[in-house]
Write a protein of this length. Structure first.
Length: 344
């Protein structure tokens, strides 16, 4: 069967399209079904109330959510409301112990009915109405910036994602989480493979880039790109003659200029998306097209930086599903045509 359907958010699309998609699935969940979510930022009061209503009508709601994201108080008001209700015992607060503080950066929005589906990707329900301009200025307007969610319908992957929401260790240390068998096992189904992080072996994308050169096209829309290993791998492909075209976020914090220089010196095209209202390029996907092979896509919550590689709870999917890769190719072309997309 087909993997699922891609849904996009962006300045060229209706505002709040992805959060509205999620709310429609929450509202349609019947009594006796289940909703399994994990997310990083959660500030959307209407979505939280929709989950509470679902719990009250007999839906088994499990929500695993970050207590202290990078903007430390961003989730506080919403957590107080959710903790007051409890979601029938299904609320799980991610607050791990230890000197290194991992973040719950994974995003899963899974539903058992009316049909089983699990959305993964880059979107957090981090907006609200009315909006707090100060918060949005720091974390970015994900209801209007570039984002994506893939609605996976392949049963093996949907089941794995639903189970993972409850399996995320909310209070354990980083080492135990990285060594857990459940996170080091790739979940494979058809032409797709699902990887959970943190894990012991982290170089899945770099291994695919190894040896790639002339005749291959690599295109990516990346919100966070930092660190020598990934930069070296994709820069190496460019030096070997691969066509590398990257669209990245506009800030130095997310994509340092030094890494941009290294990539451009290797022969890669690198552009920053600079929206006049600050709407972010928050999508995270990479396309690899080799002559004679099916196009491959990598997408999920994982950033291309050391924190996502070694510390955070993340999800990364590799697929050669034709509908998915074609949709990403078309979306990349649309972002690249945006006049806000400028040479880095």
């Amino acid at each position: 069967m087909a993997l699922g359907t891609l849904h996009f958010g962006g300045p060229d699309l209706p505002e709040r399209a992805l959060r509205n998609l999620l709310q429609s699935h929450v509202d349609e969940s019947p009594p006796g079904s289940s909703i399994d979510w994990c997310t990083y930022y959660f500030r959307d009061e209407a979505l939280a109330e929709a989950l509470i209503r679902a719990s009250d009508r007999g839906v088994a709601v499990t929500l695993t959510v970050e207590r202290t994201p990078r903007r430390k108080n961003a989730n506080t008001a919403m957590l107080k409301r959710l903790e007051a209700h409890g979601l029938g015992g299904g609320l799980r607060i991610f607050a791990p112990r230890g000197p290194v503080h991992p973040h719950l950066h994974a995003k899963i929005y899974a539903f058992s009915a009316p049909r089983p589906i699990a959305f993964i990707g880059s979107f957090n329900p981090s907006g609200n109405e009315p909006e707090d301009a100060e918060v949005i200025a720091e974390i970015g307007d994900q209801d209007r910036g570039h984002n994506l969610l893939l609605g996976i319908e392949e049963p093996v992957l949907v089941d794995a994602l639903r189970r993972h929401v409850s399996a995320i260790p909310v209070s354990g240390g980083l080492i135990a989480s990285r060594l857990a068998p459940s996170t080091n096992r790739a979940i494979r189904a058809g032409d797709s493979a699902l990887f959970f992080y943190p894990r012991i072996r982290t170089g899945q994308v770099e291994r695919e880039l190894h040896g790639i050169g002339k005749g291959t096209s690599i295109r990516a829309a990346i919100s966070h790109l930092k660190g020598s290993r990934f930069v070296a791998a994709i820069g190496g492909a460019a030096r070997r003659g691969a066509h590398v075209d990257l669209i990245v976020h506009d800030t130095e914090r997310r994509v340092p200029g030094s890494d941009v220089v290294r990539l451009r010196q290797a022969g890669a095209i690198v552009r920053r998306l600079r929206h006049p209202l600050g709407w972010p390029m928050h999508a995270k996907f990479l396309l690899i097209e080799k002559p004679g092979d099916a196009a491959a896509a990598w997408l999920g919550s994982a950033n291309f930086n050391p924190r996502s590689r070694w510390i955070n709870q993340e999800i990364l999917l590799r697929t050669t599903d034709g509908a998915t890769t074609e949709a990403l190719q078309a979306r990349f072309a649309r972002i690249a045509d945006d006049p806000c997309c400028e040479p880095a």
